[in-house]
Write a protein that binds this ligand. Structure first.
Ligand code: IBG
Length: 222
């Protein structure tokens, strides 16, 4: 039997967090190797482990996968979280990418200084409530189903819940005008594998703090 997937990244959210979420939602155990020094990162490059000299990298099924989207899609395919038909896959990718774009705005936030940080916060809340949440609200309202696509959990649901919780960390009331998304948040959060990941002590990473930002800057020489 193949071993557990091994994740190479920092001990923080960044681009790896969605991969952790998806594995957890699929009920797959994983191990992590945390980069804390520039030397560890350079060793991975020297050993030829990083195709484009970048992390996230995930060792899985004898492969060293890089590129977040490729990794997510592989896991989604393997664990039946990527729909049943080409059309379902396209919808899932489209919805997942919208959530990823929103999360990208939030990912940058801790790396900014005032006053850019306040501007970024305004942008995050504006994009969430004017551009992204209305789209997902309408999808759920129009088809009246439990999940974004088809009749089962998919990559799109996992990424959307991650995005919703990230926005709520910035502004707790951000779903107040979106009743379908409020119900959806509760429903998806209660899926047993996801509920477990949301419990304290899981491999879910906390909101980035100053120390995490320092390590990121040190490892990537920013
Ligand atoms: N397209 C790649 C992907 O999606 O996986 C991009 C990967 C990437 O940018 N990785 C960064 C890296 O390895 C680390 S995440 N940089 C080294 C280099 O030389 O390119 C950095 C990041 C954080 C938080 I942390 C927000 C955005 C980016």
């Amino acid at each position: 039997m193949a071993g557990k997937p091994k994740l190479y990244y920092l001990n923080g959210r960044g681009r790896m967090e969605s991969i952790r979420w998806l594995l957890a939602a699929a009920g797959v155990e994983f191990v992590e190797d945390f980069l804390t020094t520039r030397e560890q990162y350079e060793k991975l490059i020297c050993d030829g482990d990083l195709l484009f000299q970048q992390v996230p990298m995930v060792e899985i099924d004898g492969m060293k996968l890089v590129q977040t989207r490729a990794i997510l899609n592989y896991i989604a395919e393997k664990y039946n979280l990527h729909g049943k038909t080409p059309k379902e896959k396209a919808l899932i990718d489209m919805y997942a990418e919208g959530a990823a774009d929103l999360m990208q705005l939030i990912m940058m936030y801790p790396f900014l200084q005032p006053p850019q940080q306040e501007k970024q916060l305004d942008l995050i809340l504006q994009r969430a409530t004017i551009r992204y949440f209305p789209v997902y609200e309408k999808i759920l309202k129009d088809h009246g189903r439990d999940f974004l696509v088809g009749d089962q959990l998919s990559l799109a649901d996992v990424q959307l819940l991650e995005a919703i919780l990230m926005v709520k960390e910035k502004h707790a009331d951000s779903l107040s005008n979106f009743p379908f998304l409020q119900d959806y948040e509760v429903r998806i959060s209660n899926i047993p594998t996801i509920a477990k990941f949301l419990q304290p002590g899981s491999q879910r990473k906390p909101i980035p703090d100053e120390n995490y930002v320092k390590i990121v800057k040190r490892v990537f020489q920013l």
